[in-house]
Structure formats: C-alpha cells, structure tokens
Design a protein around this ligand. Structure first.
Ligand SMILES: Nc1ccn([C@@H]2O[C@H](COP(=O)(O)OP(=O)(O)OP(=O)(O)O)[C@@H](O)[C@H]2O)c(=O)n1
Ligand SMILES: C[C@](O)(CO)[C@H](O)COP(=O)(O)O
Length: 251
C-alpha cells in the first residue's frame, strides 16, 4: 500500500497596515492615522477592520517613525481586543518603505499578506475576507476595485500655473479605481519589494510592483466604504458612514 504524505497545513494570513503618512492633503494636524473619526483614531478603526476578519491572525501596524508616535500607536493598539495579535513597527519616508518595514516584521509562518492603508478605516470585513480567500484560492495578487464615476483625461506635462493640455480620453469602461486591502502570496510580494527600490522607480501601490515583476494581478469587487480618507471632505463622509452604521446597529 502506498503511503501519501498529508499536505502542509496552510500558513497564517497577516495584515500590514501602513500608517506612517503625514496626511498633508488633509491639512495641518497630527499624522493622518492618528486623527479621530467619531472620537477614535483612524488607525484603530483600520486595525479593528482587519482584526475582525476571521482570515487574519496577525496585524502589523507601521507607525510614524518618531519614538513618541510609535509609543502612542502601541498604546492605542494595546486597547484593540480581537482574535488577532497586533505588532507595531516604525515606518519610513514613503508608503513603499513603510510597507517593506512591515513585511520585515512578519514571522516565518505567514504565507499570505494583506496590505491595507490606515487611511481606509471603514473597509467592510466582507471585503477583507474576500481578498484573503481569493489569494488562498491561488491568485498571487488580488486587488479590490471599483469602476470610475468620472471621465478621465490624460494630460501632457505643463509648467506650473499653465493650463494642462489634454492628449487623450481613455475608455473609462476599461479603467478601475483600486483600493486596499491588496492581498498577496507572501513570496511574490517580498520579491517585488526586493526588486523595486524606493530610490529607483517607486510605486503608489503594492500590486503595481507585483505587475512589474510580470506576475498576474486580479481584481475583485471593491466597496464604496473602503474609500481613502485623503482630503477634509473625506472626514465628513467617514463620520456619516459611521453614524449610519451606528443607527443600523452595525460596527
Ligand atoms: N511614508 C508613508 C506614507 C504613507 N503611508 C501610509 O500609506 C497610506 C496611503 O497613503 P496616503 O493616503 O497618501 O497618506 P499620506 O501619505 O499620509 O497622505 P498625504 O500624501 O496627503 O500626506 C496611509 O495609510 C499612510 O499612512 C505610510 O505608511 N508611510
Ligand atoms: C494604495 C492606494 O490606496 C491604492 O489606491 C493608493 O495608491 C495610495 O496612494 P497615496 O498617494 O499614497 O494616497
């Protein structure tokens, strides 16, 4: 009789939350991830959103690099009770560098990584679970995305203050606005971060780096509530979403 070796058990899924940005577009104040939404810092909402997902057993938060900010983020995260462990590390000068620092803190048994902006604090847990499940099902890179509401123009570079000349109107039906969490096979994401250096040609999202390796990236449906808090009006929208959730008895 032939003996079959049982398959290795799957490793763990971890979330890396880059939260080290300044929030320049939000205006003067504390680093964006530490600003309050409904009385709770944005990054705490983001950590809860990831930790509530059954798939996620570890959350690595990448804090603004100053010692005081790291200590503050550690204290905030100590109060987040959930099924997931939470670890805090110091971030870098760019999002890409901050994500790389988060990846460096992952233990060996993590084989799936979700990278999620602290600036998308209201992502629904179903979206997190769907991204993780698609990676577990075999996709090396998975990105939640939505169709565009606006028509998009491609421009030519112009001197500051000059009108920008339009060179093309891309077919909107073939464009998508991408969100986070972006989910990855850990080895694929690690290879992308090794090969694409910040000093060279940086990237605005992790999936873009994986694309440059020639690895396939697939999209799944995103969610309107996973929007990124970028400008002051986004804070108004985020508070309204939280109020609606409270009224309907949700989180
Ligand atoms: N050096 C950086 C820059 C950004 N981020 C994180 O990357 C996410 C997306 O970035 P963005 O929304 O652009 O945040 P900021 O860089 O803070 O915004 P701004 O460009 O307006 O300063 C945020 O959660 C932000 O904290 C980071 O961890 N480290
Ligand atoms: C990762 C991201 O949220 C996907 O839309 C986005 O690219 C971050 O861009 P930002 O300029 O750092 O806000």
């Amino acid at each position: 009789m032939t003996q079959t070796t049982p398959p290795d058990p799957p490793g763990r899924t971890a979330a890396v939350i880059p939260a080290a940005g300044r929030g320049v577009r939000l205006g003067p104040g504390a680093p964006k991830a530490l600003r309050a939404l409904n009385g709770t810092p944005m990054l705490v909402h983001a950590v809860r959103a990831m930790a509530r997902a059954r798939a996620v057993s570890l959350v690595v938060v990448v804090a603004p690099p100053e010692d005081a900010a790291v200590a503050e983020v550690r204290a905030l995260c100590a109060d987040v009770t959930s099924g997931a462990d939470v670890v805090v590390v110091a971030g870098g000068d760019t999002r890409q560098e901050s994500v790389a620092r988060g990846l460096a803190a992952l233990p060996a048994d993590v084989d799936v990584v979700l990278v999620h902006d602290a600036a998308r604090p209201l992502v629904p847990v179903d979206t997190v679970e769907a991204v993780a499940a698609a990676v577990r099902a075999g996709a090396p890179a998975v990105v939640p995305a939505l169709p565009l509401a606006d028509t998009v123009k491609q421009i030519a570079a112009a001197p500051p203050g000059d009108p920008e000349p339009v060179v093309a109107t891309p077919d909107r039906s073939l464009l998508r606005a991408v969100q986070t969490p972006q989910g990855f096979d850990r080895a694929v994401l690690a290879a992308a971060h090794e090969k694409i250096t910040v000093a060279g040609d940086g990237a605005t999202d992790d999936a873009g780096m994986v694309e440059r390796l020639g690895e396939p990236v697939v999209l799944i449906p995103g969610h309107e509530e996973a929007f990124k808090v970028t400008r002051p009006l986004d804070l108004v929208l985020a508070e309204a979403v939280l109020a609606r959730r409270r009224e309907s008895g949700g989180f």
